[in-house]
Design a protein around this ligand. Structure first.
Ligand code: 9MR
Length: 562
């Protein structure tokens, strides 16, 4: 056989490189089937079958603490998304629309802030099968409401095929192959990403997405991105969790964590999964998120959050079973005589669902009133919320008893704010836990939220230590459950963070120290409903995720063994 010469190698080599180039171009630009390509198995309320993906209505909306309703809070597919470069075309088919269907394309997952949702640029296409209209709404990322809206009168048949063509300056919609209309594109997909959301009205039974394809146009490219790895397996010897683990007290160090950010932001993911040994789901287990309608439980998001925590050897502190201010509208509007059953069913269902995975719970959260008059003349100070109105103080006993019956192993806490310092709030809490102990209510501990929003909230080491000791004498555990400290005074921020940690380390019944968030970029003290975002200053990492001096001070305190 003739030997291969250098020239032949060059020819073969060039041919192989050309083939790889062709394959990669083809891979990037191919028409991707997203019914099978995206991971829909964790989408809240979705069922995957050979007919497509069926979306059950969740009716999730943000209810403010005063009971008024804010934005809708429909789910999106956090587990996979698309990366795009240039123009593209999406074709999708909806079938079995019962009443109404909404399909939404986001440039990024929205951020759930303090009682509002920061809407990222997105487009929602809503099909109303009763009125026979299609409504297209566009959010451009500078306000909570849509910036553009078009309504098309068309008939909504049992199966509707839509094509969505996104080019340099416009979006063209086709229905069943015919042009429906065009809209300026408002640069919604400048992020280079597309995330998919679906929703429908609770007046109907939902709808099915029977086809979803994406294809690049005019030389652009599209690429499927699957969920990142959450198994960080890192042990960073400078992390708070590591330092707490080698400190003789071995308390857990935690943070409130939000599911959307874990998927959408790699820096956030690396930060929280390497720094903390206990996680409190910031919002996803609250009644309005997990139980938005009487027969609808949304466990998917919290399930993933819990799995991710356990995978990273983090404990999970469930927050919160009964929290009047975070109840869905159907609970707040329920008949008084039905409330006991509603509360008991809710607790049983949620605690049972997470049994063995969530090791401790805030059973009741913020049970005291802001009204001074309720503390006067030996008043208990208990807030006259929907549960109190229906059951009196007994709702607290019943909540603990129900949670204990559902998971006898879980540690059960009462969680509140403003109890770090002496005063009527603390007196009322102490009196309440004494009554609960007297009645043999299965309460294990008390969470001190420890929010410092202004200098009037600064706490005092002796008082805080004394409160923890008094509770220890009653046989109760304690925890710092939600600390965040305004950065208005940088030195005081350090002092307060360290003071609370120091007290916790010195109190033998203090089990953990949890900060309410990690970075100011996603902090709960971000100003409500402001575009662009107006960040708070309260957390250990700034909005660029750089550690603040308070973080370093906590590290130093954990390194000391006294
Ligand atoms: O950080 C939470 C924010 O995103 C929510 O909108 C808000 C209302 O549900 O709750 C915030 O968390 C609170 C916690 O659940 C209870 N104590 C006070 C916390 C900070 O506001």
């Amino acid at each position: 056989m003739k030997e291969l010469r250098t020239k032949d190698f060059i020819i073969i080599g060039t041919f192989i490189i050309f083939l790889i180039f062709l394959l990669s171009v083809n891979y990037k630009n191919k028409n991707i089937n997203l019914v099978s390509g995206l991971d829909w198995s964790h989408f809240p309320g979705a069922t995957v079958s050979d007919r497509g993906i069926y979306f059950k209505p969740l009716g999730r909306e943000i209810v403010h603490s005063d009971g008024s309703v804010g934005q809708l809070n429909p789910p999106l597919n956090l587990n996979s998304h698309i990366e795009i470069d240039g123009d593209f075309k999406i074709t999708f088919s909806l079938s079995e629309i019962d009443n109404q269907a909404s399909f939404r394309l986001y440039s990024k997952p929205p951020i759930i802030y303090d009682e509002w949702r920061y809407e990222s640029p997105s487009v929602d296409i809503n099909f109303d099968a009763v009125k026979n209209i299609i409504t297209v709404r566009i959010w451009n990322g500078i306000s909570s409401g849509p910036t553009d809206m078009r309504v098309y009168d068309v008939s909504i048949e049992s199966k509707v095929d839509i094509t969505f063509e996104y080019t340099e300056n416009q979006i063209i919609f086709f229905k069943n192959g015919r042009v429906l209309g065009s809209i300026p594109n408002h640069d919604i997909f400048e992020s280079g990403q597309i995330w998919f959301g679906a929703d429908s009205t609770i007046l109907g039974r939902g709808w099915t997405l029977s086809k979803l394809n994406i294809q690049s146009l005019n030389g652009g490219s599209v690429r499927l991105i699957q969920a990142p790895s959450f198994d960080l397996g890192k042990s960073n010897p400078d992390s708070l969790r590591y330092l707490a683990g080698i400190n003789f007290r071995k308390i857990k160090i935690g943070s409130a964590i939000s599911i959307g950010r874990l998927f959408a932001d790699e820096q956030y993911r690396n930060l929280v999964l390497s720094q903390f040994s206990i996680m409190t789901p910031e919002n996803s287990m609250k009644p309005q998120f997990i139980h938005p309608q009487p027969n609808v439980y949304v466990f998917e998001e919290s399930d993933q959050l819990v799995d991710i925590a356990l995978m990273n050897d983090m404990k999970v502190h469930g927050h919160t079973l009964v929290y009047a201010k975070s109840s869905p509208l159907w609970m707040t509007k329920s008949r008084r005589e039905d409330r006991q059953k509603i509360m008991v069913d809710h607790i049983e269902k949620v605690v049972n669902h997470f049994k063995g995975r969530v090791s401790e719970w805030d059973v009741v959260n913020e049970v005291f009133s802001k009204k001074n008059v309720l503390y006067k003349n030996w008043g208990t100070g208990l807030d006259h919320n929907i549960w109190f109105d229906a059951m009196g103080e007994n709702y607290i006993d019943l909540a603990f008893e129900t949670a204990h019956k559902a998971d006898p192993q879980a540690k059960l806490y009462l969680n509140d704010y403003g109890v770090e310092r002496d005063g009527q709030h603390w007196e009322a809490l102490l009196a309440l836990v004494k009554r609960l102990k007297q009645r043999n209510v299965p309460i294990d501990g008390v969470g001190f939220q420890a929010h410092v929003y202004n200098d009037g909230d600064y706490f005092d080491a002796n008082q805080l230590k004394n409160h923890m000791d008094v509770l220890a004498e009653l046989g109760l555990l304690v925890r710092i459950s939600e600390i965040d400290v305004t950065g208005d005074d940088a030195q005081e921020q350090i002092n307060q963070y360290v003071l609370a940690l120091d007290v916790c380390l010195k109190a033998s019944n203090c089990t953990s120290y949890t900060t309410w968030g990690s970075t100011d970029l996603y902090g709960s003290t971000t100003r409500s409903d402001r575009y662009p975002l107006v960040y708070g200053t309260s957390l250990l990492w700034d909005k660029d995720m750089k550690p603040k001096p308070a973080y370093k001070a906590l590290q130093e305190r954990l390194r000391r063994s006294y």
